[in-house]
Design a protein around this ligand. Structure first.
Ligand code: PMM
Length: 462
């Protein structure tokens, strides 16, 4: 019942947002339809070349194509919505007819409305804090999936707006404020994809800090998109004799970011070199032991636990409201969780339990203490607690937090691994958990090198 093939929906694409695979990181191929990309032989030839390139990206393994008519790179020039639509609408129409799932990269509400009419599926808006009320209205009215990208200012001003005390905290807080604004306007939360907006009002090191913090973005419960491909911070990383590596030489590094993003539970990666990132994502999933390593056009998707013909349905995830009633494949469309664990189980997330503890191998750590923070993902069946509205049928997170705090301030151990292990064992003993993931952070660990955090994550089952 649930085996899905691409060919069931169209020659090369998944056909609709709802039919995108939900068990692995997706690859979003960049299709820029700008004069410098495709219009050497005039407008029609430009459209034809862009469509052909889109088909090629699909054949190479793109799950989604991100079509853009206006460059949003820092310092780029603005064009009118009419010009933007003239560039992209014929391309959107042709690729939608071929079964492609299409997102459209636009800052303009009028273009978003026009491309949704023409068959596009998602709006990818990099306006960030400058999002217009008209855009919010279009997305709410159409109930379109929406990529909410963090950005400050406009492409002309964003480079001067990259001052943060704590880039991760501020980006998350600003995204959450924007998310709340969209939800208040009527956009369903599960249709909002969060994107940290690498390079948009971010300097080199800030991009790496955001990538390191991807689990905090996935912990919001939203799907997370990562757009690192060919960006300046990769060019700076790969510099030779003080010269940044040009964009054309950044694809291997971009694919490495894709693998690590998949490992961290990203919903999708937005990339120029689709084949490299599709391979990188396949490696990450094979490493994690999650999905079939390669899922290509025409390949049958292997049923996942709970989806086999004779198996009962898997338990529903807490936020896993199906995107479409009567989902014909019987799949739950839940925001991506770290793929290391089944992503559709009920769970309680309890993040950032803080206390001063005396753990570490150094005497000084045992004497003076330092802050520790613990993140928990607790897996347990919440169906009865939810139906009966009874706290006795779940894990009381206040009690869990106290237990964890007491263990952090309790007997000293040498290793974060040991503390995490003890916390996991105690929680499995005391609360009705099926499994627990414990991450212990020691952000002020006394080492010589400047760093932002060190943490250990373990996963234990009953
Ligand atoms: N980056 C660019 C354009 N659109 N959209 C999202 N959601 N996230 C991004 O990081 C992003 C984007 C700029 O990259 P390009 O000019 O190389 O396409």
């Amino acid at each position: 019942m649930t085996t899905t093939t691409r060919t069931a929906h169209g020659a090369l694409g998944w056909g609709s947002f709802e039919d995108l695979p939900s068990g692995r990181t997706l690859v979003m191929g960049v299709l820029n339809v700008t004069p410098d990309s495709f219009s050497d032989g005039g407008e029609h030839a430009g459209h034809e070349a862009a469509i052909a390139h889109g088909m090629r990206l699909l054949a190479e393994g793109a799950d989604v194509l991100d079509v853009g008519g206006e460059s949003t790179r820092p310092g780029s020039e603005r064009i009118t919505p009419a010009e933007e639509q003239r560039r992209i609408l014929p391309v959107v129409e042709a690729l939608a007819a071929a079964g492609a799932v299409l997102s459209v990269d636009t800052l303009h509400a009028a273009t978003a409305a026009a491309v949704l009419d023409a068959g596009a599926h998602l709006v990818n808006d990099v306006s960030g804090l400058s999002v217009t009320p008209a855009m919010v209205e279009v997305v709410a009215e159409r109930q379109a999936p929406y990529v909410l990208t963090h950005a400050r200012g406009t492409p002309a001003t964003m480079d001067g707006l990259a001052d943060y005390d704590d880039v991760v905290d501020e980006v998350l807080a600003e995204l959450e404020t924007l998310r709340d604004r969209l939800v208040a306007a009527g956009v369903a939360p599960e249709r909002i994809v969060l994107d940290p907006g690498l390079g948009f009002a971010k300097r080199g090191a800030q991009n790496w800090a955001l990538l390191r913090a991807l689990p905090r973005f996935t912990a919001t419960g939203h799907r997370v998109l990562v757009g690192a491909s060919r960006k300046r911070f990769l060019g700076a990383l790969l510099e030779t004799d003080g010269e940044a590596r040009p964009a054309a030489g950044r694809d291997t590094a971009s694919a490495a970011v894709s693998a690590l993003s998949a490992h961290a539970g990203a919903w999708a990666v937005r990339v120029h070199d689709v084949r490299a990132s599709a391979d990188a994502v396949a490696v990450a999933h094979a490493w994690l032991g999650t999905e079939p390593a390669v899922l290509r056009p025409g390949a049958a998707r292997r049923p996942r636990p709970g989806e086999g013909p004779d198996e009962p349905p898997a338990p529903r995830g807490g936020r896993g409201r199906a995107l479409r009633a009567g989902d014909r494949a019987g799949r739950q469309h839940v925001p991506a969780a770290p793929p290391r664990v089944p992503d559709r189980r009920d769970r309680i997330n309890l993040l950032g339990i803080g206390a001063v503890g005396y753990h570490g191998v150094l005497d000084q750590e045992k004497r003076s203490g330092q802050p520790f923070f613990v993140d928990l993902v607790m897996y347990l069946d919440l169906s009865r607690a939810g139906a009966e509205d009874d706290v006795a049928l779940t894990a009381h997170y206040g009690e869990v937090a106290e237990e964890v705090r007491d263990m952090v301030i309790g007997p000293s151990v040498n290793l974060l691994e040991t503390l995490a292990d003890r916390i996991a064992r105690r929680l499995l003993e005391r609360f009705p958990l099926e499994a627990v993931e414990v991450t212990v952070h020691k952000p002020k660990a006394p080492i010589e090198v400047t760093f932002s955090d060190v943490s250990v994550t373990i996963y234990r089952e009953r």
